[in-house]
Ligand binder design. Sequence first.
Ligand SMILES: Cc1cc2nc3c(=O)[nH]c(=O)nc-3n(C[C@H](O)[C@H](O)[C@H](O)COP(=O)(O)OP(=O)(O)OC[C@H]3O[C@@H](n4cnc5c(N)ncnc54)[C@H](O)[C@@H]3O)c2cc1C
Length: 586
Amino acid sequence: MVEILKYDIVILGSGLAGLRAAFQAALTSKDRLRIAVVSKLHAMRSHSVSAEGGISAVLYPKEMNDSIDLHAYDTVKGSDFLADQDAVELLVKLVPEEIRFFDHLGTPWSRRPDGRIAQRPFGGMSVPRAVFAADKTGFFMMSTLYDNLLRFNNVDIYHENMATSILMENGMFRGVTAIDMATGEFRVFLGKAGIIATGGAGRVYSFVTVANSSTGDGIAMAYRAGIPIKDMEFVQFHPTGMVPSGVLITEAARGEGGYLINKEGERFLKRYAPQKMELAPRDIISRAIMTEIKEGRGFVQEESGLEHVLLDLRHLGEEKINERLPMIRELSKKLIGVDPVSEPIPVRPTTHYTMGGVHTDTYGQVMLDESTRIPNLWAAGEAACVSIHGANRLGSNSLGETVVWGRLTGEAAAQYAMRTPDTVLQVSSTLDEAIKREESRVFDKLLHVESAAENPYDIREELQTTMDKKVGVFRDQRGLEEAWSTIKRLKERFSRARVENRTRIYNNNLRDFIELSFMLDIAEIIVVGALNRTESRGAHYRLDYPKRDDVNWLKHTLVYYRRGEPPSISYIPVRITRWAPEERKY
Ligand SMILES: Cc1cc2nc3c(=O)[nH]c(=O)nc-3n(C[C@H](O)[C@H](O)[C@H](O)COP(=O)(O)OP(=O)(O)OC[C@H]3O[C@@H](n4cnc5c(N)ncnc54)[C@H](O)[C@@H]3O)c2cc1C
């Protein structure tokens, strides 16, 4: 018997975007609405806890020679002019309020000697404006939010409940199906309104900074539910992944003054971004590092064979490293035995962030094309593409996005739910059939396939290495075509794979299997978008089309699911309100 739980709002995901949405919905509705937060992890294990360096906001415009307009311009330029400028303007206007909101809730922001909130430089930002809590910013924001959320009686957090599908009926969101990992029970969360806040999809690659759980589930579930996915060819590669694991060395290390050095002992960025040097945007630095490596000026790590450059923090001194970058020192010592106080850290570009995602309007409402909105569904955080990051996100703007759009979508969903009667939560016969089909797919089809021979873990590994090799910092038509045919072959093999573990309680094998089905779709969306986009813009660099092409490509990609057929693609214009595209120099 399927358990059906009825809520006013169902929020998928308990990272910063999901929890901020829940908080705002609870505040807006007082006690009038019941809110469910459904998360495949314990909330405090959501990937947001690992955010390190900071969240950018204009706090002291006069003193720092800063302005809301300058933050917006930096973001638009950083995006290589693909961001929707009305959305960027909304971000920069609201994010200072969020800093104060978190301050009042109790986030221990790092302080200046005068006691006011401190700010540090970040790549592509004209002035120091990243607010931080040492190098554990995400953890402190999450714990503040989580602790404060517990005071609301009308918010139920379903930890370790993995959603398997989004239910839609007559163009409206109806709810989600999920497995309670602890018991193996199949559940349905019905909602008058829904918010997708399931984070990014970095795990479709192998050398990554992101958590194992960042498999793009919400994006893939939306895709299968008929929702277009926007701009997925723009995958951010962070310049400084620790070698050999890919674990992040935060940009704050360069913000605090760290240097990047090649085999010749040169600060090679002078050739690529002479003004900004180590504080140029990530797409430019990642390409610079890969070029140094290709041209023979990199190092090779003996054990892993990985080529890399060095991040040198020694000149910052022990005191500053301990105060501003304690986690970096600890990670580097523990993981690779390098103490940055006395030795440089080996680094190379690593997959870090999903610029694309579920197609929404400026306020996070999910859209089906350029103008049609789904009345009761929103998306926020890394799963969404609003789009404020365009072709290249500036570091420290993502945390801002999670909380600003968490707040906006939580508020909008609450307003919608308060004016919607409970009768919409009745289960129609069509919905009942859809629920039964999904239950049978998950438990009968996946758990009881006898004859299959394929190992899903082999498929996952091949998928990730293919993405690393063929859809990386530099791409071209041949590599992308090869990647697409590999993905199609892997999908075919996946149809013959099976879940070995048949138990219901904490069946992680089943979880991995479902995640892999999402990852295969996500990889295909990335590749078809990248193959079609015959230009270079931001993080999408085509060796065969090395120039930005505003005449033909100043537009967003939308990819649609077609059952049993290749995905279909269409394009919509970029919203330009104030800043005409210009050459991007740093
Ligand atoms: C190492 C690292 C450091 C970073 N540092 C910074 C920084 O300093 N500044 C900055 O601006 N950005 C930073 N970022 C980026 C930023 O941390 C993320 O973009 C942001 O935290 C994403 O938050 P989110 O709420 O959208 O998703 P997440 O925090 O990833 O949460 C996703 C949620 O969805 C849930 N979920 C996923 N799939 C399912 C499913 N099938 N069913 C149910 N629940 C599901 C998960 O359980 C989780 O609760 C960093 C990223 C990394 C990798």
